[in-house]
Structures are given as structure tokens and as C-alpha cells.
Design a protein around this ligand. Structure first.
Ligand SMILES: C[S@@+](CC[C@H](N)C(=O)[O-])C[C@H]1O[C@@H](n2cnc3c(N)ncnc32)[C@H](O)[C@@H]1O
Length: 348
């Protein structure tokens, strides 16, 4: 895998060490010797059980499911400091090589673009044809693990997120004649545009798409040349420092971004997005929900840490960003409750 470093803007916590510092900072917690050794013993049991199942050639899907559930339970009962202590122990255990046969897990772990959650990683979840050759190189066990991981509740929720966004884009376009203006922040490869009928039927006036990663911006420029889509090299920081003069929009949204933003930056970004709404315009932001089953496996064997949020966390961002007299807001969960969405409409 060729590593390409992306210039990060320092606003999103797109590496596991940045997330760990954020998670640990409110506690300033020290880890006592007893909890440390109990936690280590519990982790060793879980990893050894997985090793025994691997040795007995149990179905990869079953091994993945058991390990994922056990890690989730262990994470839930561990303090943040203990869990952070256990993560590298799991990553350095011999069973890691088994799970790294899955090209999706491997991409996530290695981070060829230098940060977590790049657009190519998300393409593994979408099953995008651009990855067919890469996936075909996997071992038979790697392929089975990939299929299991791709059909996990978290992956299902990501595909639903893409489709919900397409739906909102098409709905906004339908209500604005041919005048709809849309802004996508942290767009990645903008896969939600692939199935947009409004885009295909040229019913969108302007669709500005921003990302920090020049490879993703280049991919959007190439895939959507000749459409109303304008891809912009930009970041949360460049938005917050008013480096762009983008105008106003009927729909502004960010998916797969707030999971890397602490509350302070989330609130600043939400305020900025609300300033860019036209009357009756809508801002949508998505976040992985707290307590998802995948959390333990993601943070260990995928080396992919996210800031998970509850409904209350989402409301806190909204209440600190949107004045009640000017905006109406809603929180909704996706079908399997792995992703939570904030909707803020500017009153006309
Ligand atoms: C998980 S992907 C989501 C892509 C797309 N929105 C989707 O739902 O498929 C996260 C994207 O956020 C971008 N990103 C992360 N931090 C960013 C920042 N501070 N400014 C702009 N883009 C950022 C990454 O480059 C990446 O393309």
C-alpha cells in the first residue's frame, strides 16, 4: 500500500491518538494496578478464545461476531483510561494478522492516506467497483471477513446515510425549481451524488463540495466534470476562518465529519453552516451513535477511533448553535440506530 500524507487542518481528530487525548482529557484519570491487571486478564481471555476458534477453523463470520461482541462488552465496562491501555495490547496480539486479511480492516489499520476515515475506506463499505481489483487480492478468509464487516450494522448504517442524503438532495431540488444550491462539507468521493435523479436531470443550480483531501477533491472533479458540482479544496479550518466566499445554500450537510470533531469545533462549525443557509434552508449533520456494537473492534483491530454521540450530545451542539427563534431542529436515528442525525431548518 502506497502511503500518501494529507495536510490535516488540526480541527478534526482524525487519528486515534487525537481522539484518545480528547476522550481522556475530562477525566485526568490514572489507572490503578488492580483494574489494569483485571482488564488485561479479561482481554487475554477474549483474544485467546478468538485464537482457539481460528485454530479450529470456525467460520470467519462467527469468529468476527464473537470477538466484536466481547470487545464491545469489555469496552463498555472499562474506564476510558483502562480501555486506552488495552487497545495496543489487542493490536499487538497475534490474532491481529488474521483480521488484517480483510482489505477493509487493513486499509483502516494502515491508513495509507495518513488519517482515519478517508473516502477510499468508506468505498469499502459502499462496495464501490473502483475497489474490486484490490478486494480480489484478498485471501479466502480475508474475503469472508470483508463480507462480514461490510454487512455489520455500522456498515449498513453508512450505506443508509448515503441514501438518506441522496433523498434529501432530491427533495430539496424538487421544492426549489431549478434554483437549489447545495453545500457538502467533508464530501469524500460524494457517492450520494451517484444516484441523485435531480443531478442527472440537471435540476440543481449549484452544488459546492469541499474536502481537506486533495485526492478526494480530484476524484470528485473527475467523476462529476460537466455537472453543476464544483469541488473545492477546503477544510473545517478554512471554513471557520472565512477563507472561502461560498454564498448561501438551501441545503448544507456533513456526514462522516462530526465523528472527528470535539464539541467546541462542532458548535463553531454548526454556527458557520447555519450562517450559510437561505431562509427555509436545512443543515444536516450525522454522527455515529454511542454504544454501537462495532466500537470495540473498530478501535482495536481497525485502529479507527470515533467520537460517538448520544441524542443529548447532539442536542447540546444544536442548543449551543441555533437560536430557537430563528431555527427549528430535530434529532432522528437511522433504522438500526447506529447513526444519529441532527436537522436544523432556518425559519423563513
Ligand atoms: C468518513 S469520510 C466521509 C465521506 C463522505 N461524506 C461520505 O459520507 O461518504 C470523511 C471525510 O472527511 C474529510 N475530512 C476530515 N476532516 C476534515 C476537515 N477537518 N476538513 C475537511 N474535510 C475533512 C476527509 O478527508 C474524508 O473525505
Amino acid at each position: 500500500m502506497k502511503a500518501i500524507e494529507t495536510m490535516l487542518d488540526g480541527q478534526s481528530l482524525v487519528t486515534p491518538s487525537l481522539i484518545a487525548a480528547e476522550v481522556l482529557s475530562p477525566y485526568a484519570e490514572t489507572l490503578d494496578v488492580k483494574s489494569k491487571s483485571v482488564g488485561e486478564a479479561q482481554l487475554a481471555l477474549i483474544l485467546n478464545l478468538a485464537q482457539q476458534q481460528i485454530d479450529k477453523s470456525v467460520e470467519p463470520a462467527q469468529i468476527h461476531a464473537n470477538l466484536g461482541f466481547n470487545l464491545h462488552e469489555l469496552r463498555a465496562k472499562s474506564s476510558p483510561a483502562l480501555w486506552q491501555h488495552l487497545i495496543p495490547l489487542a493490536q499487538n496480539h497475534q490474532i491481529a494478522d488474521y483480521f488484517l486479511q480483510d482489505p477493509f480492516t487493513r486499509w483502516s489499520y494502515v491508513k495509507p492516506r495518513g488519517y482515519s476515515g478517508d473516502a477510499q475506506l468508506i468505498d469499502f463499505i459502499y462496495g464501490h467497483p473502483s475497489l474490486d481489483a484490490e478486494i480480489a487480492k484478498a485471501s479466502p478468509i480475508g474475503l469472508q471477513l470483508y463480507e462480514t464487516n461490510r454487512h455489520s450494522p455500522a456498515s449498513i448504517a453508512v450505506r443508509e446515510r448515503r441514501d438518506l442524503l441522496t433523498q434529501h438532495i432530491d427533495e430539496i431540488a424538487a421544492t426549489r425549481g431549478k434554483n437549489a444550491e447545495i453545500l457538502t462539507i467533508a464530501a469524500g468521493h460524494l457517492r450520494e451524488a451517484d444516484r441523485s435523479r435531480a443531478l442527472q436531470q440537471e435540476r440543481i443550480k449549484r452544488w459546492v463540495v469541499l474536502d481537506q483531501d486533495p485526492l478526494s477533491v480530484g476524484s470528485v472533479r473527475r467523476d462529476f466534470s460537466g455537472t453543476c458540482i464544483e469541488a473545492v479544496d477546503g477544510s473545517v479550518r478554512s471554513l471557520l476562518t472565512n477563507a472561502h466566499d461560498l454564498g448561501t445554500f438551501d441545503l448544507v450537510y456533513a456526514a462522516g465529519l462530526y465523528d472527528y470533531l470535539n464539541d467546541k469545533v462542532s458548535i463553531k462549525l454548526t454556527r458557520k453552516c447555519l450562517q450559510m443557509l437561505k431562509p427555509n434552508g436545512v443543515f444536516i449533520f450525522a454522527n455515529f451513535a454511542e454504544n454501537i456494537i462495532a466500537d470495540g473492534f473498530m478501535e482495536t483491530f481497525m485502529n479507527w477511533a470515533l467520537l460517538l454521540r448520544t441524542e443529548q450530545d447532539m442536542w447540546r451542539i444544536i442548543h449551543n448553535s441555533a437560536a430557537k427563534e430563528q431555527f427549528s431542529s430535530q434529532i432522528r436515528f437511522g433504522a438500526n440506530r447506529n447513526i444519529v442525525y441532527g436537522f436544523i431548518r432556518k425559519l423563513s
